[in-house]
Design a protein around this ligand. Structure first.
Ligand code: TRP
Length: 458
């Protein structure tokens, strides 16, 4: 088949795709969310289930998204439309793309608020606020920030502005240039933090906490949370990897590329856990503290380690960059759609989507102060909690399920074989089994189980 060209240009090499996809994958999800989800869900069992989900469901779906993206070479909505025409699927498959565009916008609306906290922490650490700080000082600092919605709103605004700025500049100069140096730097700094954590007395206990599973505590909700986290962290289920795959050169191996990104993403999450839990245990903090976990633990570590002011500042600055490169991926599907179908300039598209995201984000800003009370909570909790639950636990896994079904059942074998370029032997068969049977069945069971429907049916 003659290869299509993308309207937005291409990555300059396979490595550029790896970096950009890693940039999308590695973000607040690994360093902020993974540790607190692990803490909220009881430690080891969550980690093991998470790892199983990453390997058996995440990796094959990652490959599926990349292959769909490269084959269609358009934004996720148009790619799904085009491929379903080609493969004789129904027109409604493009809804997968629409849901993805929406999920990206909703995720960024609260992601940006958390990224805003990171700005504040970079500033505070540089100013020496945390040097030799006690637990009480660190707690008050966080609680004061949460109480001030104007601050949170200002920081949210700055972050959206930064995202719009890079997306407006386009694929090569914008996205690619931003991630090349920052990801490796973040990785190295994380190693420094783990090194510090190893020097505390509680490293062994933290290892036990993270890797000794206690399956007796596991519920349907735990498994759904682990699966949702796998999708969130790998940026799956919403067409982002499809959008990035659209810029992937023809001769890059999708299998190897996907494996590299998945491996990098998972390593960063595990390292973040190893850096944080020794500190949690050392200071007798609550691992289940929720979204505040890293902001109440890391300052304590930086405050008491030699050179902590410098390392700490650097760490939070790099975390901003990690969040930044993810936020780009979150609005890229929406922007690419506006550019392709509504004849908009990239700049205009980025500004329009940014404005929508900013408005929705106000709900999350207020979730930590004005509307934090019980009387304002509904379903999963505050507005912020609901945005997170709706996207991670519902939209992404559902998107992933549909993508697996499309790649496994709607597409002809010859199309997937051609795009994956790994022959029809063992590796292809494993992928095909996972994508056709294991991933869809596991996703459906976990869904039904967590929502209690399975009990009612059975
Ligand atoms: N993976 C990102 C993180 O861990 C968050 C994310 C979810 C994302 N879906 C995405 C990023 C799509 C880019 C594109 O922080």
């Amino acid at each position: 088949m003659a290869r299509r060209e993308s309207l937005h240009g291409q990555w300059s090499s396979r490595m550029a795709f790896v970096l950009a996809a890693t940039g999308a994958a590695v973000g607040l999800g690994n360093i902020w969310k993974f540790p607190y989800m692990t803490g909220e869900n009881g430690g080891g069992a969550f980690v093991i289930i998470y790892l199983a989900c990453v390997l058996a469901i995440g990796l094959p779906i990652f490959m599926a998204e990349a292959l769909l993206g490269r084959r269609g070479r358009r934004n996720p909505i148009n790619t799904m439309k085009l491929l379903s025409e080609e493969e004789a699927g129904g027109g409604w498959w493009q809804l997968v793309g629409w849901m993805g565009v929406l999920a990206g916008v909703l995720i960024l609306s609260y992601y940006s608020v958390i990224a805003g906290w990171t700005f504040f922490y970079a500033w505070d650490t540089a100013a020496g606020v945390f040097t030799d700080a006690t637990k009480a000082v660190v707690n008050t600092e966080f609680d004061d920030l949460m109480a001030s919605w104007p601050w949170l709103l200002a920081l949210h605004t700055i972050f959206i502005g930064l995202t719009v700025f890079v997306v407006a500049r386009g694929v090569e100069q914008g996205l690619e240039a931003a991630v090349k140096y920052l990801m490796p730097a973040l990785f190295i700094l994380l190693l420094v933090l783990v090194g510090y954590a190893m020097s505390t007395e509680h490293f062994a206990d933290a290892m036990g906490y993270m890797f000794k599973p206690d399956f007796s505590q596991v519920t349907g909700g735990t498994i759904l949370a682990a699966m949702g986290q796998a999708f969130f962290s790998l940026s799956l289920g919403m067409g982002a990897i499809m959008a990035y795959g659209a810029y992937l050169p023809d001769d890059s191996s999708i299998g190897e590329t996907s494996l590299t990104v998945v491996f990098a993403d998972t390593s960063v999450a595990l390292l973040a856990g190893l850096a944080i839990f020794p500190i949690v245990l050392q200071h007798g903090l609550n691992p289940g503290a929720g979204p505040e976990l890293i902001f109440k633990t890391l300052p304590l570590a930086f405050g008491s380690m030699p050179g902590g002011q410098v390392f700490g500042t650097l760490f939070f600055v790099l975390l901003i960059f990690a969040a930044w490169s993810s936020s780009i991926g979150l609005i890229e599907p929406a922007c690419a759609r506006l550019v392709e179908n509504h004849n908009m300039s990239r700049r205009k598209a980025a500004m329009l989507v940014g404005a929508v995201v900013w408005v929705i984000g106000i709900g999350s800003v207020l979730s930590f102060n004005v509307f934090s009370g019980e009387e304002y909570q509904f379903m999963a909790g505050t507005w912020f909690d609901n945005m997170d639950y709706l996207t991670s636990n519902i939209m992404l896994p559902l998107g992933g399920l549909l993508i697996a079904l499309f790649a496994g059942w709607v597409m002809c074998k010859s199309s997937t074989v051609e795009e994956l370029e790994m022959g029809t032997g063992f590796r292809y068969n494993v992928w095909s089994f996972l994508i056709r049977f294991l991933a869809p069945i596991a996703l459906v069971i976990v869904f039904l189980n967590a929502t209690g429907l399975l009990g009612k049916l059975g």
